[in-house]
Design a protein around this ligand. Structure first.
Ligand SMILES: *Cc1c(COP(=O)(O)O)cnc(C)c1O
Length: 397
């Protein structure tokens, strides 16, 4: 068939592709350690599952309002008040089929031909493609590990033009695990207000933070910045609910209304059953979260420590999410069993073949000097995988 230019411009998610490759090798009987995963390895808490079962038994299995049931919107409003000191009305909230879907609705509602959207790199793989899918232009702004991968105001200024429509912010970040403090956010907010562009703030990892780091939403810094920010969040990461597909966004009425119209002509409402489970996730007991975070923290410390002891690897200490993002560029120019290693893709392929360890090349996130390892897997797997990587990299020559 003759595909649209738009469809041809899009590549499949490289993280999902790597995960699929690792799973295929595993299914073929190979003993693969998978550091490619992007979801908690914990099961959804029992009380949330029970709420879903009850919804089914009660016959809550029909269409709901497109942007989510009132009960869930109310729970989301309470969440923003309690966690972020943000006050929204019902018509400033939309529930979608995952945070990724909320982000897609935003892109459709705001971006079009001629618009430029600034994306700091390293970035989550989906952002540039969602911009391209809506005929706008991603403008990539590099950040540096020396500055905790925070975008420097001078670099941001250089990227601004009269076409700048928005900046996509992700703090804590996938893939770097770094986050913005209040000062960093204030610098961005000031520029956004002064130069009149929007902020899309993806805060999906807000609950997964370490080292006493406390997440701040950029929208909470004042009324002017709130009026130009759409906050995106969801339950996938905080409540181990990736498969349930519930995400949400909060922002000015007009953009939420446009997103709701778009959703009404595409997916309609998120699953009725998952919405009831989401109400329980937000309003029920939250003690599951600190337990999960404590376990991630233990693995994080172990992984970062081990990585930094491997020759040729250096890794900044993440304060959020569940990823390590080590710089491996000093391995480039060397050889693995005679095979040259000159990029993050070369290294990832070698580690999959030679060390039976799957991870994601930094190139997928816009920075070829790095690789991404997820620690959302058991301590036993982490030890095994790091032993293998250490042993394999020692053989680089
Ligand atoms: C996992 C992830 C999401 C998407 O979450 P869903 O709610 O499952 O769609 C969004 N942004 C980032 C940065 C993520 O890592």
């Amino acid at each position: 068939m003759r595909l649209s230019e738009r469809a041809k411009a899009i590549k499949p998610s490289p993280t999902l592709a790597m995960d699929a490759k690792a799973k295929a090798l595993k299914a073929a009987g190979e003993d693969i350690v998978n550091f490619g995963v992007g979801e908690p390895d914990f099961d959804t808490p029992e009380n949330i599952k029970e709420a879903a079962v009850k919804a089914i038994k009660d016959g809550f299995t029909k269409y709901t309002p497109v942007g989510g049931i009132d009960e869930l919107k109310k729970a989301i409003i309470e969440k923003f008040k309690k966690d972020n000191n943000l006050h929204y009305e019902k018509d400033e909230i939309i529930v979608s089929c995952g945070a990724k879907h909320s982000l897609y609705n935003i892109a459709e509602a705001l971006f079009g031909p001629g618009d430029e959207v600034i994306i700091p790199s390293p970035y989550w793989v989906t952002y540039p493609d969602q911009v391209i899918l809506n005929d706008a232009t991603p403008v990539i702004a590099s950040t540096d590990e020396k500055n905790s991968f925070n975008i420097e105001p001078d670099i941001l200024k250089q990227k601004l033009s009269n076409k700048t429509k928005a900046l996509i912010l992700n703090s804590p970040s996938n893939p770097t695990g770094l986050a913005y403090d209040k000062k960093g956010l204030e610098a961005i907010a000031e520029l956004a207000v002064e130069h009149d562009f929007y902020i899309i703030s993806d805060e999906i990892y807000e609950k997964l933070t370490y080292e006493g780091f406390s997440h701040i939403s950029i929208a909470s810094l004042g009324e002017e910045i709130k009026q130009r920010t759409v906050v995106v969040n969801g339950l996938s990461k905080s409540h181990a609910m990736t498969g349930w597909r519930i995400g949400f966004a909060a922002g000015p009425k007009d953009v939420i209304k446009a997103m709701t119209n778009i959703q009404s002509q595409s997916t309609s409402n998120p699953t009725s059953i998952a919405q009831k489970a989401a109400v329980e996730a937000l309003t029920g007991p939250q003690d599951f979260i600190p337990k999960m975070v404590a376990e991630f923290d233990r693995r994080r410390k172990y992984m970062i420590d081990r990585l930094n002891k491997i020759k040729g690897v250096s890794c900044v200490t993440p304060v959020g999410a569940f990823y390590a993002f080590p710089n491996v560029s000093s391995c480039y120019g060397k050889k693995f069993n005679g095979k040259p290693v000159n990029s993050s893709l070369d290294l990832s392929n070698c580690l999959l073949e030679q060390a039976k360890t799957a991870l994601v090349p930094g190139l997928a996130f816009g920075d070829d000097r790095y690789i991404r390892l997820s620690y959302a897997t058991s301590m036993e797997n982490i030890k095994k995988g790091l032993d293998r990587i250490e042993e394999a990299l020692a053989r680089l020559e």
